[in-house]
Design a protein around this ligand. Sequence first.
Ligand code: DHB
Ligand code: MG
Length: 221
Amino acid sequence: MESDIFLAVDNYISGLFAKEDEALQATRRSIADAGFDDMSISANQGSFLQLLARLIRAQRILEIGTFAGYSTIWLARSLAKTGRLITLEFDPMHAAMAKKNIGRAGLADVVDLRVGRGLDLLPVLEKEPAGPFDMIFVDADKPPYAEYYEWALKLSKPGTLLVFDNVVREGKVLDENTTDEKVAGVQRLNSRMAADSRAFSTIITSIGTKYYDGMAIAVVN
Ligand code: DHB
Ligand code: MG
């Protein structure tokens, strides 16, 4: 089957370049032990995000949607000694899991985990002001993705890198008559980004342990 080779190649690449250490393995186990579906990114996607963060020498990273902290750990590990990552999580059970996993990874002092509704916490970040961020990774609830995009722009400066997970959804994004609110949410984001002169954007697709999906990537003008 075709999917077997995609899975095998993804595992081949992660076996070479993105081996999960004890902290990342423990994070995956914490998700299984709690009985949650693993919505985390793959190891290869984690190393890709870390590569992007290092490429731009990110010092300030914002993540919207922590879940168990798996991508948080990959991203926080890209930061130099003075760098900081703020991550927002709506679900207190996910946040409790993430707090443990981030602590176990030795990143408690680097990561500022905030619990609440994204659309409530983002105005607080603006007011502080916590930004502008060098990189913003969005991997949260899909229906408000276009609103998260507007907030990401508000918290950006020229050159800020924006990354949105799950914008292809096994190709369901092609269905103009979808009744799936997650699909409709990423469709709104994709159309807005494509038409937006405030940033330069593209989508990269990927297939492997996380099935067929994609990330939208943008650099703010
Ligand atoms: C879903 C969310 C994710 O962040 C993901 O990577 C995969 C699926 C979801 O809500 O369906
Ligand atoms: Mg995701």
